[in-house]
Each structure stands twice: as C-alpha cells, then as structure tokens.
Design a protein around this ligand. Sequence first.
Ligand code: HEM
Length: 359
Amino acid sequence: MSFGHSRNVPARPRSWHRALRWFAICAIPAALAALFLSCVGWLSPRLGARRIVNAFEATTAPHPGFRRNHAKGICVTGHFDSNGEGALRSRASVFARGRYPVVGRLSIPGGDPGEDDAAGMVRSLALRITLPHAEQWRLAMNSAPVFPVRTPEALLEQLQADARDPRTGRRDPAKMRAFLDAHPEARAFRRFIEQHPPSSGYDNATYYGVSAFQTIDAHGIRRFVRWEVVPEKPYRAVYAGDLRDPDFLFYDLSKSLRKGPLRWHLILNVALPGDTTDDSTRQWVSSPHRPRIDVGTLVIDSAQTQIDGPCRDIAFDPTVLPDGIAPSADPLLAARSAAYAVSLQRRLSEEAAARARAH
Ligand code: HEM
C-alpha cells in the first residue's frame, strides 16, 4: 500500500495553492474595485476635498462662478519689499533684498458673494508673490491666529453641523451645539472672536498664516515659523455706524487707497522648544525669547473687482511655496490644497459655461 498519490487520483491542492486561489477569487476583484473607485475619486484624497467643498456649498444657496468659501472679496495689487532680514533663516528668493510683484485678495469667510459685511467676524488676505525663476509664494491668511478645528475631518463635521435644511433653509442650532461639545479645541477660536471685535476695515487688520511652516536656510537647517502680516494703520474696532452699509469694507478700502498705498509688515515668529507645529487650534505663547523677524513690507496700491480682476483665476493654495520654505505636518495644509483646487475647478467651469451660454 502506497501512501503516495496514485497517477489516476488528482492531487489535493496544497494549502498555499488554496490560498492563491482564494486570492484570485477575492483579492484581485477587490483590488480592481478599489482601483475603479480611486479612478472615479472615491478613495483618493480628492474625495475628502470634494466632500468638504460640497459641505461648504450646503451652508448657502448656490452661487455659480464664485469661490466656495470667502466668496465675497476684492482683488488687490502691489508689491512686497523684502528687506533681506529673512535671508539668514531661509534661502527662499523672497527673502533676498528686493521688490517682488503681488496680486492679492481681501475677503470675508462664507459662501455668499452678496453677504452683508456686518456678518464677517473675520477679515482675510490672500497673496501671490511672484519670484524670480518662475517661483511663487501663495499665502491665505485670516485675522484670527487660530483655526476652529485641527483636522479636515473635524472641519467636515463642523460644516455639516452648520448646513441649512434644504426644505426649510434653516440651520439646526442643536447640531452646532453637539459639534461644539464634541470639539473643545474649537473654544480657542471662539474665545478669540469674542474678545477681539473685528477691525473697522481691511487695512487695519492683522492677518495670520495660522499653520506652522518650515524655513530652510543655505545650510539646509530647518526651523518652524508662523507668519503674520501686521498693518501700519492702527487697529480700530468696527462700530455700529460702519455696519449700516453692507459693503462698508469695500468702500472703506477704496477710500483709503485714494489717499495712498496701504502697508503691512511680514513678521516671522520662530518656534521655541516645545511649541506645537502641527495644530492650528493652538497658539504659541508670547515670550520675550521668541525671535520675531520683520522681513519686509507689503504695499497694496490698487484694488479691482473680483469679477474680472487679476485674482479671479488664482487659487491661493498655501502649499505653493518657493524653495527655502516647506509645509509642516499640519493636516489642514494638504486638505486646503486639494479643496482650493476643487473649488477653482468648479467655479472656472461654471464661468466658462455661463460665457458659452451668453454667446
Ligand atoms: C481644511 C481647512 C480648510 C479648507 C478645506 C478651506 C477651504 C477653502 C476653500 C474651498 C476656499 C475657496 C478657494 C478658491 O475657490 O480659490 C477657501 C478660501 C480661503 N481660505 Fe480656506 N480652508 C481651510 C482652512 C483655512 C485656513 C486655516 C485659513 C487661514 C489661515 C484659510 C483662509 C482662506 C482664505 C484667506 C481664502 C480666500 C482665498 C482667496 O481670496 O481666494 N482657510 N478656503
């Protein structure tokens, strides 16, 4: 009697053969399905971006052709006069002494381009600084030094809590309360807003980059920094008289520009040991030991409508950086880059369709 396989009896598949067969039956179709889903965008990072941009859209009525957030704004132009003080910290060309052209945009958050300026508790400034050798530095900053949430997932939850019911057009305050209970990190932003009334204009607000970034010097040494853009014009809180005009921010800006250019200083705050570098909900403590470097002056000398001005087709993606500046691990940065691209793609295609209809 042989315990070996007879020639006539087929051999039983060995266990690794069985595993291979199961792999062929289950894993390969699963991988193909995943490939398909990622091709249609369901598993890619752009999924998150699309869902977030959809959630921004759900907070307001549709406004085709406009930015999905910060929809109300004005283009501005001018230049950045770099004083050379940043060159020790970073090899970026923007810190070499010189003058670099700027296209910018001043805005208030929210998806409605017709929003009453009185509703804006935050002012915002976006910049594109054009540098030698086809480099650019794009910045998008708010007049609050912290962001309400730490991650894109939490932002999605916040936007969903803020969404309007499509039938009634109303928000549900209970949803926002539940969101705030679940996200104590949002308190720092709320506290700042409660304690700092918005400025009377765009020209006397300080704008903060919020996220940390890295500067890289000529020897490759990296340091974390957070930047802010500080106005020469002193801060004055908005008062009731200003608020009577729903476009007071725009008119105030045009009035100021008629008197002459507006100036801000770009300040680099350097991280101290122990500072958090990946959490936009936490401010760095003010310390006499923290280096605060004034690296140059932003000069804005004219404003244009956002409908056909030079800022219209720009996505002020904060990850567009010159060599010598790099992002931190703050999870908001990659999410912003993807969401700004989705918003830009939607608004440009809507605008092209509207133009085609008009002809
Ligand atoms: C994950 C977090 C964030 C998401 C998903 C997000 C999303 C967006 C979107 C979709 C736009 C419209 C972009 C366009 O159509 O060009 C926008 C604009 C803007 N965002 Fe954010 N944002 C985030 C965080 C922030 C933070 C932390 C700041 C401030 C530091 C900021 C400042 C701005 C500014 C200033 C604009 C207007 C830019 C312009 O004038 O074109 N955002 N944001």
